[in-house]
Design a protein. Structure first.
Length: 320
């Protein structure tokens, strides 16, 4: 009897420690994908796609974008679904990856969704911008039409090549938008953040599929993206001395993830540590259309190159 009790106690303790210290996936009440974290006034805001497909579905069902916040990287508070394709009168279809950035106290939310057939587009993926005075909204369409429609980019024939916007504002105030599936496109943005300030440029980073993420650290610019892995996407990166390139491919920093064909990067530095956000299909009943966001630590070498990100169940520790 004593032995059985001791045995049960050991199981209970190991379960407690396993559950207690398993942060990943960080959001367990929703299926979330395509992490887009920002730091604003000491708080991390995490914008996510929202997978609502059924367990047997073989395609996406994504009706809105969600936002969560945290001040310790462990407790994530749900702050609502402030934007959906319904925010844009010209949009229809799924709410693919989005990215939010702050400028002069306004929050610009760049989305990839799909365009109705009208005088501006024959349909296909398009990029829109919503704006708000607060990181959690309410957001309204900032332009009244799409920023990018399928007809504006001619290098790929498929209708979903204009997805996955990522915006980067350089130290001199110049903003850039990067996006694409199948090839990477980029353009300068005007200070108003809702108009292009130059032509659309095209790039083909090694093994590029989609999901660009651009940022600067010290004097180096980093371009991370979902790349072709053996069986599923993985994350590659390139560096440059300019946000306009040329980009030097530096390799793979994250291998394919469990139970999801796609993976999507998001990077922040917060309270002295570097964090890598991504998604996988690891929640029970999860999969390629029912994904979940995770966070692991990111480490740089002295020359600025990035070490391989180790995917863990434990995730990261709470910061004080
Ligand atoms: O979430 C829908 C699409 O899957 C995103 O736009 C891509 O980056 C991939 O994660």
């Amino acid at each position: 009897m004593k032995i059985v009790f001791k045995y049960m106690l050991t199981i209970a303790f190991s379960l407690y420690f396993h559950i207690g210290f398993s942060q990943n996936p960080i959001i367990k009440d929703f299926f979330t994908a395509d992490p887009a974290p920002i730091v604003y006034k000491d708080t991390v805001y995490l914008y996510t796609s929202h997978d609502t497909a059924s367990v047997t579905s073989t395609n996406y069902e994504m009706k809105d974008w969600l936002v969560f916040s945290s001040t310790d990287m462990v407790k994530w508070e749900y702050r609502g679904a402030p934007v959906s394709p319904k925010t844009f009168s010209w949009a229809t279809g799924d709410a693919y990856a989005a990215h939010c950035t702050e400028r002069d106290g306004k929050f610009y939310f760049y989305v990839s969704t799909f365009h109705k057939q009208d005088e501006n587009s024959q349909g296909g993926a398009a990029i829109g911008v919503a704006v708000a005075d607060r990181p959690t909204g309410p957001f309204v369409d900032a332009i009244g039409k799409a920023l990018v429609v399928n007809e504006m980019t001619k290098d790929n024939e498929h209708g979903w090549d204009d997805i996955d916007p990522a915006v980067f504002i350089d130290d001199d105030g110049q903003a850039y938008i990067y996006w694409g599936n199948g090839s990477l496109k980029w353009a300068k943005l005007k200070d108003n953040m809702i108009e292009m300030a130059g032509p659309i440029n095209y790039l083909n980073p090694e093994n590029f599929i989609e999901g660009p993420w651009v940022y600067k650290r010290n004097d180096l610019y980093y371009l991370l993206y979902a790349s072709k892995g053996e069986k599923a996407e993985q994350i590659d990166y390139a560096i440059s001395s300019s946000p306009e390139g040329p980009w030097e491919h530096k390799g793979t920093i994250m291998e394919s993830v469990p139970n999801s064909f796609t993976v999507h990067p998001g990077v922040i530095s917060y309270k002295g540590k570097d964090y890598f956000f991504y998604h996988n299909g690891a929640l029970p009943t999860g999969g390629s259309y029912r994904r979940s966001i995770c966070i692991d630590y990111m480490y740089y070498n002295e020359d600025g190159t990035i070490q391989k990100v180790i995917q863990t169940k434990e995730g990261v520790n709470a910061v004080r």
